[in-house]
Design a protein around this ligand. Structure first.
Ligand SMILES: [Ca+2]
Ligand SMILES: [Ca+2]
Ligand SMILES: [Ca+2]
Length: 448
């Protein structure tokens, strides 16, 4: 088991920068092993969810949420620093014109033309808070890369006011105590606000306890059903991540993950969990679908006592059945003090069906806020920027405006201001779907 992979929470041009999976070949089919960056689509949004993309969407939402009014009063994020953590910073001269002029790249090397996810986020921040100083920080694809990115930020001479991150990891403890949360807390305890996308996994997530009433070693998703169906098209890249409650450094409960192919053969991930140092309670499978059809996901008990254990399964495509929308946020979005942002439909203000939901494993309410997505950017020139990836930088830009407004107040709690000025949506009061509601600066005292 190497490191888990980071996935970008955008729904277009999606990239998994996957570490290697330890999957083995089942029967005649080959599991794709990744040595470096690879491409796969994460939880694709189906066309029917999105009907309202138009070039005006961002300006309309900026009117509605009080941002334009603040711009009219010359509040534009002056003096505020934002670090954007991402792994895709390709831009050309034309796109550069859309970005804030005070841009500081913190990366070496170059990006391929389609690697624009981070720049699309930068465009949104530039639109909402055009005068911020924006650090573009390469955060790679692994937990080590994110740790290194945080270390670089800590070493800067300048204080970072806000981190905006639209990526997350699909396995861990989800209780705010994952290793990476220690890195996040280095920033937040230093006064930095960390804003993270909630994720787009609500329809490609299953969670439940292992149940095996017939005692054949395979989990029963229902009394008669031992698999989750997943329909795939030949050649489609698919990823599956399974993790369970166990010691995260010395896992002792040995479960395996299996994907049966439609006609014959299967892929299996059967890492050893014997309580040795470094053994994680996790299995992953990555492959290119060898044929069209309905695949079946199975969880096998290899060597574990019959005790209740809760599992989380995340996949790159929507599950055909047994979707569990609750507790579908990744590990960064579950860290303490992070502001976790979901995505709403711009026409109806309903939550997007794919927008990940709380609570965290330890029962904290999540997300914290929701914000627009499905907006037009120059980077995604012919398509809308869809998913919670677009929502997080929207909130980051809003946070910068709040910080400028209240710059003379030393005890400013920006998170509190964001929450208190949000417009409640969905069930009355704070909830695990919309959090405190839509970020809305028109409710700020200063705008009246
Ligand atoms: Ca069974
Ligand atoms: Ca195993
Ligand atoms: Ca509510």
């Amino acid at each position: 088991m190497k490191e888990s992979s980071l996935f970008l929470l955008c729904l277009l041009a999606l990239t998994i920068l996957a570490a290697s999976s330890s999957s083995e070949m089942g029967d005649e089919y080959q599991v794709i092993e990744h040595d470096g960056p690879s491409i796969a689509e994460i939880c694709q949004v189906q066309a029917e969810y999105e009907t309202d993309a138009d070039a005006q969407s961002i300006s309309r939402m900026m009117e509605l949420t009080g941002i334009s009014a603040l711009h009219d009063r010359n509040i534009t994020g002056k003096g505020i620093t934002i670090a954007l953590l991402d792994s895709q910073f390709y831009y050309d001269n034309e796109t550069a014109e859309k970005l804030t002029s005070d841009l500081v790249p913190v990366y070496n090397g170059s990006y391929r033309k389609y690697e624009v996810h981070g720049i699309a986020c930068a465009e949104l921040i530039s639109e909402i808070a055009p005068d911020v100083k924006l650090y573009l920080v390469e955060a790679g694809g692994t937990e080590t890369d994110v740790t290194n990115a945080v270390e670089r930020l800590m070493k800067l001479d300048e204080h970072i006011d806000i981190v905006s991150c639209s990526s997350d990891f699909p396995f861990g403890r989800f209780d705010g105590k994952d290793e990476l949360c220690k890195e996040v807390e280095k920033m937040t305890s230093n006064g930095t606000l960390w804003i993270n996308a909630a994720g787009n996994q609500a329809l490609c997530h299953w969670s439940g306890e292992f149940k095996d009433p017939d005692g054949n070693g395979y989990n029963n998703f229902s009394p008669e059903d031992e698999s989750i169906n997943l329909t795939l098209v030949k050649g489609e890249a698919v990823g599956l991540w399974l993790s369970w409650e166990d010691d995260w450094d010395r896992a002792i409960l040995d479960y395996d993950l299996r994907l049966d192919h439609p006609s014959r053969g299967y892929s299996i991930s059967d890492n050893s969990q014997k309580g040795y140092r470094g053994q994680k309670p996790a299995e992953t499978i990555h492959l290119l679908a060898p044929e069209d059809g309905t695949y079946q996901i199975k969880i096998r008990r290899y060597d574990a006592p019959d005790v209740p254990v809760r599992f989380h399964l995340f996949t790159t495509q929507d599950l055909d059945e047994y979707q569990v929308q609750d507790s579908s946020i990744g590990i960064l979005g579950c860290c303490q003090n992070v502001i976790t942002v979901g995505a709403i439909n711009l026409s109806t203000f309903d939550i997007q069906p794919y927008s990940s939901r709380g609570p965290t494993k330890d029962g904290r309410q999540k997300p914290d806020l929701v914000a627009p997505n499905n907006v037009t950017t120059f980077s995604y020139i012919s398509e809308a920027f869809v998913g919670t990836s677009a929502s997080a930088p929207y909130v980051a830009g809003c946070a910068a405006l709040i910080m400028e407004i209240f710059k003379d107040e030393p005890d400013l709690d920006t998170k509190k201001v964001l929450i208190e000025s949000a417009t409640d949506l969905g069930p009355k009061g704070a909830d695990n779907i919309y959090g405190y509601g839509l970020v809305n600066l028109s409710n700020l005292e200063v705008n009246r």
